[in-house]
Design a protein around this ligand. Structure first.
Ligand code: ATP
Ligand code: MG
Length: 713
């Protein structure tokens, strides 16, 4: 006897697997758990175990704890247990442990800081149910498995969305056991996700979050993730963007299982459109864009809504054959023009565009809309988890409406918040303006939080992914402070970047007691104090350059740099003491004279001066050190949330976001080995990366990030 729906599903799955072959009764019974009776005592014990393993966290978080996390171990232990019985037992045991909900339990969990950003779009008219319920606030899942709250592919026959219609009917979204079984057979039960960028610009750090969700979840569960170009707007899309996206996805460390294009499914999508018309669920409409808008707003049907199926088929074919001009006809879905959700107001499925498509060429003059394309591509590719940003939440209804009418497999849809970061903009439309109106120097300008910009700035992909992991797959809208990203950038660079000495704004120091022809080397360390550290040579001679800001005429107690009569240590070399200086016509210090204590040996018992300076010496007497250009960056926008400024966002650009320092000095070992994108720490100055603008003898560096919060003297 099959006792539970889980067993029924097991049976279906087995039957699908063996097809029409005669059934091996024992194998069938095993696959379906025939005769397996799970007792309430067993459920109660398994639930108690699961609770026990998370008891501390549960007691601390109380009802803010995501108890869905406890379901997995129970269903794993008791494969054939009835889901509803497990859930009921879980809530009763949780309540027994925590008691009734208190006021604090009902209040939203405490936040460190109020989110400043705009609220997400108005609440959707779609109800979400337990299967895919993640906590509203804070990171969902755990650090080890941030995706733990998502339902398993095999559980995607439970209702997770309901759609209400204006006539009072309700659509409950769940796959039938048969549809699910067929899907499981095609995928082998794997997690299948997709990352669906539109190739209309370069990817930014928000997309890094999306990739962390999409590719990351597939990796976590041994599944697969498609890179699918959502290329249904031929005007905005370019091959340049397609190529860049492929490259930057791989730079981020993700390997798409397959690279696909919405456009490769155009024929299949067209066949679905015909099927939709035949089902009486789509019509050819001749309203103009403005008329459509107006009648939709008024809840009125299109005057063309009630055409016959035959006529619609004929006219849709006319559209395809190019018998209409642009704007003269659209194919619209016959959804529910009086629905409380605007996304159900007979959305456009196809529009006419006489535009060459980057992939499909001039094969088509009708192009499917996002609403028509996205869900069907997900169904075609057997996507188990269609994960997208919250602005799509209100489109769940139309997503499922279409799949339901066409009776396809239905992925689990789940939305997370868009990532925003302080003092920058991320939408591709805005990035595009910054680039095309020359406010920045290209899509990879290191001031932009495009992934290409971050790469050029010297940020490692691992630190971007670590940042994404830290912020979590949340649903709360907020603007993440830029320093959170910087923190991960520093962590990574601290471990991985070799140190070197360079000087940004040099001041000449003549060491009067070092002979003019003297030339020697001292040894620097790439990772001081660490086992993997390697020694490198630094030339030392009579003329050295220090940071201009490390010399002052007026000494003070908390100042460790140089001043007349004062000593400081040249890093890895000798202590020096100022014995004089000269000034230029404008009163600035032009040169310092000092004496070096050449008898000084590190660890030799003599106490070195407290201040330690970065310096670069003439590599040979009379030969200036190699010069470099250094680009220093500050935030691109003055205010924290330029998006909130509406149309005047461009006026908020920070005029000092880029500072170019010419005439910085570097040591020969660096000049000889540095390649574009290499990363270094210039001791005391920050982390720097070699800009691809560099030429032999003319290195250009970008400051990726300062050291902690700039050095103290
Ligand atoms: P933009 O407004 O920046 O152009 P988009 O949503 O149009 O963004 P797509 O190329 O369509 O960009 O996005 C690909 C995927 O990345 C989608 O799943 C989208 O939801 C997600 N995504 C885009 N921007 C962000 C963001 N700021 N934070 C998180 N995910 C994002
Ligand atoms: Mg888009």
């Amino acid at each position: 006897m099959l006792q539970t729906t889980t067993q029924l599903d097991g049976a279906f799955e087995y039957l699908k697997k063996v097809g029409g072959e005669p059934t091996d009764a024992a194998a069938f019974e095993e696959a379906a758990g025939v005769g397996v009776v799970v007792t309430p005592e067993q459920i109660s014990a398994a639930v108690a175990d699961a609770i026990g393993s998370k008891k501390e966290q549960l007691l601390e978080d109380r009802y803010h704890f995501n108890t869905n996390l406890l379901l997995a171990p129970v269903t794993k232990a008791l494969k054939w247990a009835d889901g509803a019985a497990v859930r009921a037992e879980l809530s009763s045991q949780v309540e027994a442990l925590l008691g009734h909900k208190t006021e604090a339990d009902l209040a939203p969990p405490e936040k460190k800081k109020k989110p400043k950003a705009e609220k997400p779009k108005p609440a959707p008219k779609v109800e979400e149910q337990a299967a895919a319920a993640a906590p509203e606030e804070g990171a969902a899942g755990t650090a080890d498995d941030p995706y733990a709250f998502m339902p398993k592919p095999e559980d995607n026959n439970q209702v997770h969305t309901t759609v209400n219609f204006s006539d009072g009917s309700v659509m409950r979204i769940a796959n039938s056991p048969a549809v699910l079984a067929q899907h499981m057979q095609r995928t082998g039960g794997k997690v299948v996700t997709r990352f669906p960028p539109e190739p209309n610009g370069y990817l930014h750090i928000g997309h890094a979050k999306a990739m962390f969700v999409d590719f990351g979840m597939a990796v976590q569960y041994g599944g697969v993730c498609y890179l699918r170009y959502d290329d249904t707007n031929p005007e905005a899309e370019k091959q340049e963007y397609i190529d860049h996206i492929a490259e930057i996805v791989s730079w981020m460390g993700w390997s798409p299982w397959k690279v696909t294009y919405a456009s490769q499914y155009f024929a299949q999508l067209h066949a679905y459109a015909v099927q939709l018309i035949k089902a009486g669920k789509a019509f050819v409409c001749h309203q103009s864009k403005a008329e459509i808008e107006e009648s939709r707003e008024q809840g009125l049907p299109s005057p063309w809504r009630e055409r016959s199926i035959e006529e619609n088929l004929r006219l849709f074919e006319d559209m395809r054959r190019g018998l209409y001009k642009e704007g003269e006809a659209t194919l619209r879905m016959k959804m529910d023009h009086k629905n409380e959700n605007p996304n159900m107001w007979d959305s456009v499925a196809y529009r006419i565009k006489y535009v060459q498509h980057p992939m499909a060429g001039d094969e088509w003059c009708i192009y499917p809309s996002y609403d028509f394309t996205h869900c069907l591509c997900d169904a075609i590719e057997d996507i188990t988890h269609s994960l997208c940003t919250l602005e799509f939440e209100s489109r769940r209804a139309s997503y499922y409406w279409l799949l339901d009418v066409l009776d396809t497999y239905k992925p689990v849809v789940w939305e997370y918040s868009r990532l925003n970061i302080t003092n920058t903009v991320l939408s591709k439309r805005k990035l595009n303006r910054l680039v095309t109106e020359d406010h920045v120097h290209g899509w990879d300008d290191p001031r932009l939080l495009t992934l290409a910009g971050l790469r050029r700035r010297g940020v490692a992909p691992a630190s971007i992914n670590a940042f994404c992991r830290e912020i979590g797959i949340t649903r709360n809208a907020n603007v993440i402070p830029y320093h959170k990203l910087e923190h991960h950038v520093r962590l990574h660079l601290d471990v991985n970047s070799p140190r070197t000495l360079a000087v940004l704004r040099p001041l000449k120091v003549v060491l009067t007691n070092v002979p003019e022809q003297h030339s020697s080397t001292v040894q620097g360390a790439t990772l001081p104090g660490r086992l993997e550290s390697q020694a490198y040579d630094l030339p030392f001679s009579r003329v050295v350059y220090i940071e201009a800001s490390d010399f002052r005429l007026q000494d003070s107690k908390d100042y460790y740099g140089l001043a007349p009569g004062k000593s400081a240590m040249l890093r890895y070399a000798y202590p020096i003491t100022v014995i004089g200086y000269s000034t230029a016509a404008d009163g600035s210090i032009s040169e310092v004279a000092a004496e070096a204590d050449l008898s000084f040996v590190a660890g030799g018992g003599k106490k070195p001066p407290k201040g330690v300076l970065n310096w670069v010496a003439q590599p040979a007497p009379g030969q200036d050190p190699e010069h470099a250009e250094v680009r220093l960056y500050d935030v691109l926008f003055k205010s924290e949330a330029p998006d909130a400024l509406g149309d005047s966002w461009l006026e908020d650009l920070n005029p000092d976001s880029l500072q170019v320092v010419q005439g910085a000095m570097v040591n020969p070992h660096l000049a000889a080995t540095a390649k574009a994108f290499d990363r270094f720490q210039f001791e005391r100055l920050g982390y720097f990366s070699v800009d691809p603008d560099s030429k032999p003898g003319q290195l250009v560096f970008n400051r990726t990030v300062t050291l902690k919060d700039s050095f103290k003297k």
